[in-house]
Design a protein around this ligand. Structure first.
Ligand SMILES: [Zn+2]
Length: 96
C-alpha cells in the first residue's frame, strides 16, 4: 500500500515555545518543517534560528539572561505578576 504524499511533513516540527526562556505568545518560531522563522522573543530577546540551534548555546544564553535579572526585551509585554521560574518550567525538555 502506498502512502499518499499530502505535501505535509510526516512530523509537525513547528514550535511556539521559546527554547531559551519558555515564553509562548503563539508566534510561530519554527514552521511545521522545523525551519526557523527568525522571530525575536519579546521576553529574552533571542531570535529563533540565531543562537538557539545548539543546547550548549541555549543554556549559555539562558544562564546569562537569568543572571542579568531576566530582563524583558519588550518590557511593555511583560504580564502583571509574571514569574520567571514558572515560565522557565515551560521550556521544552530537550532544551533544558
Ligand atoms: Zn525567550
Amino acid at each position: 500500500m502506498q502512502t499518499q504524499d499530502t505535501g505535509q511533513p510526516a512530523e509537525d516540527l513547528s514550535e511556539t515555545v521559546c527554547r531559551v526562556c519558555g515564553r509562548d505568545d503563539g508566534s510561530l518560531l519554527r514552521d511545521p518543517h522545523g525551519v526557523p522563522q527568525y522571530v525575536i522573543c519579546d521576553c529574552c530577546g533571542i531570535e529563533s534560528g540565531l543562537g538557539d540551534d545548539h543546547l550548549s548555546k541555549v543554556r549559555e544564553t539562558r544562564g546569562y539572561w537569568v543572571s542579568q535579572g531576566a530582563p524583558w526585551d519588550v518590557p511593555k509585554n511583560r504580564p502583571a505578576g509574571w514569574d520567571v521560574l514558572e515560565q522557565l518550567s515551560a521550556v521544552p525538555a530537550e532544551w533544558r
